[in-house]
Design a protein around this ligand. Structure first.
Ligand code: CTP
Length: 396
């Protein structure tokens, strides 16, 4: 199963173990999920919405009848890539198995085509009840994952199978069920995207046509693989990515300042932004009259990646991008990689308007040794994962 993203809905059922889902939420975030919580009304008796809002950093909806014009259950069902129901009570399991939709959570589950993972927790008698046994079998036969509860002490003094499983086991069962690649867990990935702009006067600038799509695609892919991601974004029209900290910048000097703050703590830097190579020597605060716009004196911007690579630790991996028109010169690209102090470089052919602004790309990934991977025409998301694979190798 290949997940397209890691937006996850955590449905919380009305059981005493609902508080254990607070820890589960945290661990799901650690493996790169962006979690929104959908508690049932009954569960709010155990853990209130404020706790879920604070832990998830997202608003919490409970009522199907709020914001009806937005059709919230359909919107939620479409935005989620996976749903985890924890604790799944006997009542919730019965409702889901039988298609009953009587609140926001069960309506959302019914409208969703994503994988559903259930974490049952209930008294042994309820877990062993023939209805529950039948409902669990039904859910499993439909391809959903129903995790086996633990054996142990219940609330009160009874003992048996039905305890909320250890959170580490839940995470490992979810990871293998979804075949999650979490190889960037614990790593910080810094990415620049878009194109910087240099003011000529109050209304004009020098800029470039970079859309930021490759950088945003990298940010999403790194997040999906468990990385903490910081995106320095220059002048794109792209929507923010949930779970990614974005720093908006306009000019090269702003990008330079953001890099200076974030670089030391990152494990990998993708310099995907098209940095304006030069800026006007004098910055006019007003608007220049067109009669005076015959020439603009420029000065070179610093090469941001070359500059910051001199401060890099040997454990950090820097990835440069190069755009060429015409035949791709791999020897020149390797010289560029060395000159910029990068460990990897993606060389792409942008002839005839290709790649800039497109969802597709083609080129070569090279390193300072003999690595040379040809990347024929492909989606930028595919390239992002290929680049991350190579970075993972360099990180060791
Ligand atoms: N870069 C940078 N600072 C600059 C210019 C570029 O950090 N002032 C980075 C870009 O983010 C990118 C790489 O360096 O990762 C691109 O290098 P560049 O020398 O601009 O290569 P090309 O785009 O191929 O340009 P040229 O044709 O001038 O070689």
């Amino acid at each position: 199963m290949t997940l397209q993203g890691r937006e996850l809905i955590l449905g919380v059922g009305g059981g005493i173990s609902a508080y254990k889902s607070a820890d589960l939420l945290r661990r799901l975030q650690d493996v790169g999920f962006v979690v929104s919580v959908m508690p049932t009304r009954a569960s709010l008796n155990f853990v209130g919405a404020a706790t879920w809002e604070a832990l998830s950093g997202q608003p919490v909806a409970v009522n199907l009848w709020n914001k009806v014009h937005e059709v919230p259950h359909i919107k939620a069902a479409r935005s989620a890539h996976v749903m985890v129901i924890a604790p799944a009570t006997a009542d919730l399991i019965a409702k889901i198995a039988n298609g009953i939709c009587d609140d926001l959570l069960t309506n959302t589950i019914s409208a969703s085509s994503t994988p559903i993972i259930l974490v049952p927790a209930m008294h042994p008698e309820m877990w062993g009840n023939p209805s529950t046994v039948e409902n669990v079998a039904k859910l499993r036969s439909r391809g959903h994952l129903v995790i086996e509860p633990d054996e142990g002490r219940m609330t009160g003094d009874d003992f048996g199978v039905g305890r909320y499983p250890e959170v580490s086991r839940i995470i490992s069962e979810i990871s293998s069920f979804l075949e999650l690649k979490s190889d960037f867990q614990g790593k910080k990935v810094l990415i620049t995207a878009g194109g910087t702009r240099e003011a000529i006067d109050a209304v004009r600038y020098i800029g470039n046509i970079s859309s930021g799509k490759q950088g945003y695609s990298l940010a999403k892919a790194a997040r999906n693989r468990g990385a903490e991601v910081v995106l320095i974004s220059a002048n794109t029209n792209l929507s923010p990515i949930a779970g990614v900290r974005t720093i908006d910048v306009t000019s090269t000097s702003e990008m330079r300042a953001a890099l200076a703050t974030e670089f030391a703590s990152c494990d990998a830097l993708f310099m995907a932004a098209a940095v304006a190579d030069a800026r006007p020597k004098t910055n006019n605060e007003g608007k220049i009259k067109k009669a005076d716009l015959k020439s603009i004196e420029l000065e070179l911007n610093p090469d941001l990646i070359a500059e910051i690579s001199t401060l890099a630790k040997t454990s950090q991996v820097l990835i440069a991008f190069a755009a060429e028109t015409g035949d791709l010169d791999l020897a020149a690209a390797k010289a560029k990689l060395v000159q910029k102090g990068a460990q990897l470089l993606y060389l792409n052919n942008v002839s005839k308007g290709a790649i800039f602004g497109s969802d597709r790309t083609s080129g070569f990934i090279i390193d300072g040794n003999s690595l040379q991977i040809e990347c024929p025409d492909q989606n930028k998301d595919t390239l992002s994962d290929l680049l991350l694979d190579q970075v993972r190798v360099k990180l060791g």
